[in-house]
Design a protein around this ligand. Structure first.
Ligand SMILES: [Zn+2]
Length: 106
């Protein structure tokens, strides 16, 4: 007989048995969280890129940055970083809340 002092619980997303301590507040295991983080990161990068392009276009059209080029570049990079951080957080919550859907590969 295999006896464990650690309480085992099932992940609410994939159903894998894990130590209760390894599950997060919503009862998800590390593997499922990693998938959510990866997806959220891709969504955030796409949004960040779109934001950076938008800012770059606005700067090019409205400002014609012949001076202070480093400032405008910093602004563009800054908007990318800001949007990525913001969207990553929001996308994580949304994807986490919706669940990973059909992800049973066996
Ligand atoms: Zn899981």
């Amino acid at each position: 007989m295999v006896s464990s002092t650690l309480p085992a619980e099932r992940c609410r997303s994939c159903g894998a048995e894990r130590e209760a301590a390894a599950l997060d507040a919503q009862g998800w295991c590390g593997d499922c969280r990693a998938v959510v983080v990866r997806r959220a990161t891709w969504v955030a990068r796409a949004a960040g890129l779109a934001a950076a392009l938008l800012v770059a276009t606005l700067v090019a059209v409205l400002v014609a940055p012949t001076r202070f080029l480093i400032f405008w570049l910093a602004l563009i990079v800054g908007s990318y970083v800001f949007v990525v951080k913001l969207v990553r957080r929001m996308a994580f919550e949304v994807i986490h809340a919706r669940g990973l859907g059909r992800r049973r590969r066996g």
